[in-house]
Design a protein around this ligand. Sequence first.
Ligand SMILES: Nc1ncnc2c1ncn2[C@@H]1O[C@H](COP(=O)(O)OP(=O)(O)OP(=O)(O)O)[C@@H](O)[C@H]1O
Ligand SMILES: [Mg+2]
Length: 501
Amino acid sequence: MEEQLVRYARAGYAGLFLCTAEEARAEAEVKAAAKELGRNVHAWSISTGMIDTASGSIHRCYDPVEALEAIESLSGDSVVVLRDFGALLEDKDPLLVRKLRETLHHAKSAGKLIVLVGVGKTLPPELEREITRIDFDLPDREQLATVLDAITDSATLPAIGEPDRETILDAAGGLTTMEAENAFALSVVETGNVEATIVAREKAKALKSGGLLKVVDTPAVLDDIGGLDALKDWLLHRREAFTQRARDYGLPIPKGMLVLGVPGTGKSLTAKATASVFGLPLLQLDAGKLFGGLVGQSEANLRSVIQTAETISPCVLWIDEIEKGFGGVGSSGGSTDGGTSARVFGTMLNWLQDKTKPVFVVATANDVSKLPPELLRKGRWDELWFVDLPNSQERAAIWHIVVEKYGREKTAFDSVLLARASELHTGAEIEAAFVEALHRGFARDREPTELDLGEVLCESVPLATTMSESIEQLRHWAKTRARHATHADKPANGKRKLDLS
Ligand SMILES: Nc1ncnc2c1ncn2[C@@H]1O[C@H](COP(=O)(O)OP(=O)(O)OP(=O)(O)O)[C@@H](O)[C@H]1O
Ligand SMILES: [Mg+2]
């Protein structure tokens, strides 16, 4: 950041907007840049007036317009930090906007640099071209390490050795310095030490408060998924694709995959297991919430999501039910919301295509007809997967998994029989049937039997029968455009000949 500021100043920029909640850190960067440039820094806020940071002398101009006037009387090569100006400009006071424009012109000819520091608000349109907005990056590993050292020092704890230190810094990635400091300090208060798990917990809270991203703490692994062997093989082949060894070998960083398919067939489960395969943290994006109420908010939302994911990277970013966020962009995007969703979608596509940071995106969707075709182009993803209804072998595997999940021996039931009885059922429906049988067994104070399960299955109407038309359409669509998550030599369609060997 410091270097970037130096470059802007050397290039003669007069106005910058450092968009951040981390005022202290941003100002430290500005001061470091000014030092490098051999310039003096003045800092103004509505409560302190203008302070010459070198001499400590104060000019008592609390009014923003007066502050701008004061800038004009400063010496030629000053750097001026204006705190909270973004918020003050929110009111769009014409006098203030006018005065700022004039001061910027003056600054430009006099070689002064004005830096607005504050949280991410949009600037009035008159100023957008005069002021360059810089999204202030979250602290990197080295900066977080400095914060960690400061906390262990002040708590007079022994230095944290490897690999714990690395794990803690991993857990703190994506936090602001203030949040990291708080999380480290809280951990010391709670446990007497800095624990990665507590830092991760605090991070999950910090991200949650933004509402768009949350850290999913999931124990799901590939063995929890019945079937989908082609997809599993594919993932296993990429298990080490995020390691340094893979970079040294010259492997490109995997971009991500889109998983399409019938509801309840394990798409979300696959997304969770992906993070375990790679051994990376899992972030879940709520695509529906991206489209915030205010104009310009959605784009800012997406920018902050991308920034957080890249800072936390390497990580897996899971966009569940992507059609909810980006569905209908093609058809209604331009007319219903002034093109916002189309623009946000464009930003998303560009990022998917061009991202260089190791963020593996797993998107899931049930309904391709709602998705804009650009998103379905194969080049955007490493692979486009189609998950069909489980075939008989897959159903048998799912029965085993479900039975064990609820604490029963998998040998307690004949999985081949159950697979046959649950034709056309999805994994989610198989699980629901088993839970229902458990209820029935519990009510009669005995273990559920195959007969109970048969009864439940007979009574339930699988989604595949009520939705047969849309499933057929999805299959037809996927035939030539997506890869089947189940190996081709195994029939995937329950209607074909059953293979019970
Ligand atoms: N292939 C499978 N193997 C094991 N369990 C499964 C499988 N498919 C589904 N399940 C069970 O059903 C639950 C729901 O599945 P999941 O949420 O992954 O489905 P989905 O495809 O994401 O559905 P939706 O499209 O409705 O979001 C899982 O938590 C799991 O318990
Ligand atoms: Mg799902």
